[in-house]
Design a protein around this ligand. Sequence first.
Ligand SMILES: [Fe+2]
Length: 371
Amino acid sequence: MEVREKKPDIVILPGDLTCNGEEKSHLELAEKLKDIKKLGVHVFVVPGNHDIENPWARNYFGNEMIKIDSITSDQFADIYAPFGYKDALSRDPNSLSYLATPSEDIWLLMLDSAKYDRNKVKDGPEMGGALSDKTLNWIEQCGELAKENDARLIAVMHHSLLNHSEVVNENYTIENNEEAVKVLKDSGVEIVLTGHIHLQDIKSHDGDGKIIYDIATSCLIAYPNQYGTLRFVPNKGFHYRTNRINMDNWIKANNISDSNLRNFHEYSRNFFQKRTYDKYYDSLLEISKYTDTEMKAISETISILNLSYFGGFRNDALHHIFKTEGFNLLLESSPNFIRDYALSMFNDEKTDNNKLFIPINLNGEKHKKQD
Ligand SMILES: [Fe+2]
């Protein structure tokens, strides 16, 4: 409904389109995306770590679940043919990456960073990501093509290009990110849109006179339930901002009486906070160095911090936590994972990761002048 109201030029889904890669889930999503396409909106997708050859694929019957097959990479390209694959200007022969040209001057480098080739012989899907050497070579060719056509390239992939945390990066950032940063920068890419980490976070890599941004938009289905919009203003630059989903019109149109849905923001906030509290209480039990009262106080503090942290706020925007008992207990503790995690939130690149302006003359103009 929100897409219908706002009618953007393009909708992008950067992977993890399904829970565990079940064919029926993919087919049902493709039907929904067809409705969006009928509005005249371009839709582009790439796979995430959950979408292909996933050993966790299940069919559910009441309380029972049965193991079923997940889709193959060929099936993915087939099901999502109308959403990038069919009309791609170029397709990488080595992955599900492709080059989309929704407009003359802005092209999309849709990258498949998932590693599903060995999933079949494993118990669960490979969580980490990478861009192979062959795919990096193909990206270089796309960069040349874009320069020849005076088009700007924006990249999209599931996994992070840059590290988004001081404490947790393994399986989140692609393995060969230094090489990938170089190739993407040389290909004229200034913006990479990612989604794997579920955190609202923007990081940049500055060097060689070129800057590249990895904008990780938080997970739509978890608090604060937001999506990112990128608006291009010719001769000026790109405006990125987040928007929380608005359920009001959908509730009115469908006459919804469910109180959780009618108060969705509050419901989602409470759900997320409780899940965080329980997760950290369990982790503290494992550390076994605090009393029960202390564990409750720390779990409460992290659950409040995570509401803001996952929503993109850091540094000064989190100072409200300083007076809590749990935070002071962490400060007095010897280093442990939870303490390091909490303190890392106060030493970050940006205080508010929900907005960014990227002027166009950073890299793109330089490339054109050199050419
Ligand atoms: Fe993921």
